[in-house]
Write a protein of this length. Structure first.
Length: 361
């Protein structure tokens, strides 16, 4: 998180270099707010600042919108704490070239429907958190002709298409914004004990419950377990972080693991044949399934959706989250991928507060 704060301060022009940024941040000159307070989400370190273009997802049924910055790719990127010249140059290119190009293309289309795209991605092996190969490709199929039609420069077009085409996680940020757009209308519903947000900042894990409004229930975040890139190990890992757990909140990610057996080995969660175990387990702590998003390997059962804090506390089954692993030191970036459990204390505290709203002592 410190690495990302230092990098974004230089990117925005608030500091002349990384050392200057570290001093300014340590002096308390920056004010930090959760993305969720602004209808936004951000992966891992979650930096969302004024110069970054954002993806906009609209929930047409309820009329609300949600936002997420554009995915930078894997490895040494700002969302994993990367902050050197390569990282900053990529952010500048995103701001000056990719963002405007995507804006022109998407406006030309009048919008791209995401629910059917997700449904198809589930049948092609994605779970939309650590595996987005299919959905990134499907989105590119729709974006490519639009980018070509609205491009002002052939060289710019080539670099944009090449960047999206090589970025297997490009769709992650879109899925996150979609998750936020879906869950926000479920906030502030009296007598509802469904989780409307889960996130973590590298120190604490937080969740919100529909019936208790915007109140956060927090507990120390847990360490992820998983597979590390060559040269790295558990001693290099940072505690889990990011807003990307919003996708588990809507039944994707680890909740849809049965649709993505290939991802199980990548995140060190067991054998591919065990993918359905995660989905069946998560089905025990939700209010139902989503018939629009189905899993072929489970006879087209809908993904388990709507985490119920009562069921989490009753069963002792904490939600599982698919995640990336960042290096604990600023500037290094991603060092692996894995899974992490949400701390049960958040759900216990949330249930006590929810009971109070229902007049139960």
């Amino acid at each position: 998180m410190r690495g990302a704060v230092m990098g974004i301060a230089v990117f925005e022009g608030w500091a002349k270099d990384l050392d200057d940024a570290a001093s300014i941040a340590a002096a308390g000159s920056f004010t930090f707010h959760p993305n969720h307070d602004f209808g936004a989400v951000g992966p891992m370190t979650g930096m969302t600042t004024r110069s970054q273009p954002v993806m906009v997802v609209e929930n047409k049924t309820f009329g609300n919108r949600a936002y997420c910055a554009i995915n930078e790719g894997l490895g040494k990127v700002m969302r994993f704490g990367g902050n050197d010249a390569e990282v900053l140059d990529r952010l500048r290119w995103t701001r000056e070239t990719l963002g405007p190009a995507l804006g022109r293309a998407i406006r030309e289309s009048a919008g791209i429907p995401l629910k059917p795209l997700i449904a198809r991605g589930l049948t092609m092996g994605d779970e939309m958190h650590q595996r987005n190969v299919a959905c990134s490709s499907l989105l590119l199929r729709q974006l490519a002709p639009l980018l070509a039609r609205t491009s002002k420069d052939i060289g710019e077009l080539v670099t944009c298409l090449d960047f999206i085409g090589r970025n297997d996680q490009f769709f992650l940020n879109v899925a996150m914004a979609m998750g936020k757009a879906l869950t926000d209308p479920a906030r502030d519903i009296q007598a509802s004990c469904v989780v409307t947000a889960m996130c973590r900042n590298g120190t604490d894990f937080g969740l919100r419950v529909s019936g208790t409004g915007d109140r956060w229930f927090t507990a120390p975040v847990e360490m992820p377990t998983g597979i590390y890139f060559p040269g790295f190990s558990e001693k290099d890992a940072n505690p889990d972080m990011g807003d990307s757990a919003i996708v588990e909140t809507i039944g994707l990610g680890a909740f849809a693991m049965a649709a993505a057996p290939a991802v199980v080995g990548y995140i060190g969660a067991g054998r591919a044949s065990e993918a359905a175990v995660f989905t069946r387990s998560m089905a025990e702590i939700v209010v139902g399934s989503n018939p629009a998003w189905t899993i072929p390997a489970m006879d087209f059962a809908g993904v388990p959706t709507g985490i119920d804090i009562r069921l989490v506390v009753e069963t002792g089954l904490a939600p599982i989250i698919n995640t990336g692993i960042a290096h604990r030191e600023p500037g290094v970036g991603q060092v692996g991928a894995g899974i992490v459990k949400a701390p049960l204390k958040c759900f216990q505290d949330g249930l006590v507060a929810f009971a109070e709203t229902m007049g139960v002592e």
